[in-house]
Design a protein around this ligand. Sequence first.
Ligand code: UTP
Length: 230
Amino acid sequence: MRAVLKIGGSLLYDDDGQVRIDRLREYAESIKSLVKDGHSLVVVVGGGKPARIFINAARELGANEAQCDWLGIKLARNNAELLCAALGDYAYPKIIDDYDELEVAVNLSKVVLMGGMVPGQSTNAVAAASAELIHADMLFNATNVDGVYDRNPEEKGAKKLDSVDVSKLREILSSEGTKAGQYNLFDPVAIGIVERSHIPTVIFNGNNTKNLEKAFNKEKIGTQIMHNTK
Ligand code: UTP
């Protein structure tokens, strides 16, 4: 299948802010084996800890939100460079920063890597827009929680949903921040794109890289975003 995979930047750094080299290698190996199985992938990598550190410092120094977003965009691209290094010849060697180039690169039988694109959104919106543009069969979102919960997962009694209608997802996530570095699971731009094009989307825990293979094999995992179930 043709798929877009978003890898949350938080998965790639440990609590001390060090790069999880093993995690990057594991992702690279899983991606290579999916390519060998005939799948075609665009991988969007998030900003993670470095993005938050730079955004917070820049904000304190007087940067505005667009400037902070722009820092996050570049740091996400740097993270994509790390995965590009781990993928070697399997990867299209340039991190895509233009959707025209994405359309060309996706047809070259290489794994295409991206980070951020424009201010005012998160890398989930990049993943959703890319999935729409390339007519992806699936959008996979590897994040650091098990899926979408019916309320804040830290609240007592919060329940993970196996599936969620896109309008319900918007409602659940309506309290998410829209400032640089504060987008969480899915930002409003990403939800809007997934909704308008009915993009089949699965959000799952990417701390276990085996979950990626399960998601590709259509095993029940994480939360599936449903369309038009009313
Ligand atoms: P993300 O918030 O998407 O990174 O991008 P992340 O670490 O993967 O987030 P999780 O793990 O999914 O929670 C980092 C920051 O870069 C800016 C935003 O400020 C965002 O918070 N950004 C990213 C943009 O402004 N535009 C983009 O297209 C992408």
